[in-house]
Design a protein around this ligand. Structure first.
Ligand code: FDM
Length: 212
């Protein structure tokens, strides 16, 4: 019998919602329950494309807005063969940001439609579950100052949040909104419950294609 595939689980949300902490805790929890699980992060700053993106985010270089959008997308596409291989081998991938950040962040810039921003990512492996860590701007502000990277301002983050709200309305994607204002362990418990259900359901299903 063919090996049961792993699930593709994505965490999204605005800055300081706790995505990175929760991704790590979820990978540990899945592994402790005896399932193969690995963390992936986008942008993946280790590749040649990722290094261009990283310099842009650190404001060490400037890139034209369409160009950087396409680089973020290319940075996902270059990982697709590895992602598919791992999923097919039965490893669940927990992904810190994906095409939804791509569409939300660029479309928050003037002159970009959400529709145009989604196009380059059409056909990527479709997540079996997208967990949106919901945190109001007021609650985010209580968690401390923004960092120094590009996009880390409250006005831009508010615009990004609105774009995420539009993306969440798309019923073709399995969104689950998580209340990220809870304490770390309560958020983790909610995320783990949804993820275990998804891992069990996804194992016999083919990998879907995003936004197709
Ligand atoms: N970001 C991330 C984008 O603008 N497009 C994308 O496709 C992705 C994946 O890059 F500001 C933005 C979102 C965030 C930055 O920051 C990455 P972190 O702190 O490394 O997640």
């Amino acid at each position: 019998m063919a090996c049961r595939r792993g699930a593709l689980i994505v965490l999204e949300g605005v800055d300081r919602a706790g995505k990175t902490t929760q991704c790590k805790k979820l990978v540990q929890a899945l592994q402790q329950s005896g399932r193969a699980a690995e963390l992936m992060t986008f942008p993946d700053r280790t590749t040649t494309i990722g290094q261009l993106i990283s310099a842009y985010l650190e404001k060490k270089s400037d890139l034209e807005d369409h160009t950087v959008h396409l680089l973020f997308s290319a940075n996902r596409w270059e990982m697709v063969p590895l992602m598919k291989k791992k999923l097919e081998q039965g490893t669940t991938l927990v992904v810190d940001r994906y095409a939804f950040s791509g569409a939300a962040f660029t479309s928050a810039k003037p002159g970009f439609s959400l529709d145009w921003c989604m196009k380059p990512d059409v056909g990527l492996p479709k997540p079996d579950l997208v967990l949106f860590l919901q945190l109001s701007p007021t609650e985010a502000a209580l968690r401390g100052q923004f960092g120094e990277e590009r996009y880390e301002t409250s006005a831009f983050q508010k615009a990004v949040q609105q774009k995420f709200e539009q993306l969440i309305k798309d019923p073709s994607v399995n969104w689950q909104v998580i209340d990220a204002s809870q304490n770390v362990e309560d958020v983790h418990r909610d995320i783990t419950t949804h993820s275990l259900n998804t891992v069990n359901k996804a194992q016999n299903l083919p990998i879907g294609e995003l936004w197709k």
